[in-house]
Design a protein around this ligand. Structure first.
Ligand code: GLU
Length: 391
């Protein structure tokens, strides 16, 4: 039997927020108590959007929450390296294989030519024109140029991208473990770039190649990636990996406290609530975004609260430890609809967990907060008694 392997694959474009933390948590709960393995993979191929300190923050936040993955950049493992920038040369070879087989092609179009094409199509009344079957034969690529011309341009160092060639007619279908059957029509898809002009892979290319090479069996990720999955399935097929295709599960959105719209990083400041596990010091904005940790949350309470944003094991009980949740977790109990982020509920979870915490531990955990307020008690027993009374 194949071992169940999942991955959490954040891009270090900022700190880990509540949505990302829940994705990591569900991956962890899905495998950890059941003998599977979890990989942390840092998807940093978008060099322009990399944020200094984000990778370290992600690792520290996962650690604080007790989400203990098996393989990752800081842990090693036989299928590494686990940071895409450390393996960026792996991807192009597979893209060129697809060019060879005819499921991808080389395109030389410049930014100006692409702009020109979009303008012309818009003038013809086509709304947000795509690089697809209807236009690829009018552009400068290996489908329209002779092979000697393509070779000449490549050997002279002309920049090019590699695009996936979406078949003209038909659909691609997959069975999502949460949503059931999902179908994409080729007509709605475009010839996505797989390898960029600078030789770096795009998210789609690197993500699929790594899921395959890291032997991932289940891809559990946010709903925002659902629309990319059609392309991902086609990539598995084009690379001849259809038998190793993982199963997919797309998690519901986390909604704003008002219940309307997706919770965003900016909602923290807007509603005066933390949306990050720990304080995030944004060096560029010279601002500190508050975290749950510094607001006095216990990590057990935070993961309990987060787990219940979209999952429920059934029954009345709500207070669970991480390992209890791991024993109960299954994807069929994850809801399809969005879950409202209710900070009052988070406070309630924290209160319940604090009440179950031993007085002596609570007293020690309270110390940094007391110090912050200018109290430096020397009698720990007294602090314990106060904690007990407060409980
Ligand atoms: N790097 C993507 C992200 O930032 C990963 C999406 C996926 O899990 O496939 O969320």
């Amino acid at each position: 039997m194949t071992k169940v392997r999942v991955r959490f694959a954040p891009s270090p474009t900022g700190p880990l927020h509540i949505g990302g933390l829940r994705t990591a948590l569900y991956n962890y709960l899905f495998v950890r108590e059941k003998g599977g393995q979890m990989v942390l993979r840092i998807e940093d191929t978008d060099r322009n959007r990399r944020v200094e300190g984000a990778e370290q923050y992600i690792q520290e936040a996962l650690k604080w929450c007790g989400i203990d993955y098996d393989e990752g950049p800081d842990k090693g493992g036989i299928l590494g390296p686990y940071r895409q920038s450390d393996r960026w040369e792996v991807y192009k070879k597979f893209a060129l294989e697809m060019v060879e087989k005819g499921s991808a092609y080389i395109a030389f179009d410049t930014e100006e030519e692409l702009d020109q094409m979009r303008k012309e199509k818009e003038a013809e009344g086509i709304h947000s024109p795509k690089y697809d079957a209807s236009i690829r034969n009018q552009m400068t690529n290996s489908l329209t140029l002779s092979s000697s011309e393509v070779d000449r341009r490549v050997s002279e160092g002309e920049p090019y991208v590699i695009r996936f060639k979406i078949p003209e007619e038909g659909t691609v279908m997959f069975e999502d473990l949460i949503r059931g059957e999902v179908v994409f029509n080729f007509r709605e898809m475009d010839d996505k770039v797989l390898i960029k002009g600078d030789g770096w892979p795009t998210y789609h290319m690197a993500n699929v190649v790594d899921d395959y090479l890291m032997r991932i069996t289940h891809v559990i990720r946010g709903e925002e990636w659902l629309s990319s999955t059609g392309l991902h399935i086609l990539l598995y097929e084009a690379l001849g990996w259809q038998r190793d295709k993982p199963q997919f599960a797309h998690l519901p959105l986390i909604l704003k406290p008002t219940g309307k719209g997706k919770l965003s990083k900016r909602d923290g400041a807007k509603f005066g609530i933390p949306v990050f596990p720990m304080d995030w010091k944004d060096l560029e904005a010279k601002e500190v975004f508050p975290g749950f940790k510094e607001r006095g949350f216990s990590p057990e309470a935070l993961v309990n609260f987060i787990a219940f944003l979209g999952w429920n094991p059934g029954g009345e009980r709500e207070i669970y430890s991480l390992s209890e949740m791991g024993q109960l977790f299954s994807l069929d109990k994850v809801s399809k609809g969005g879950a409202r982020f209710d900070y009052d509920k988070a406070l309630w979870f924290n209160q319940q967990h604090l009440m179950q915490t031993d007085d002596s531990i609570l007293a020690q955990e309270a110390m940094p907060f007391l110090n912050q307020k200018g109290f430096f008690p020397t009698d720990l027993k007294m602090v314990e008694r106060v904690c007990s009374l407060m409980k």
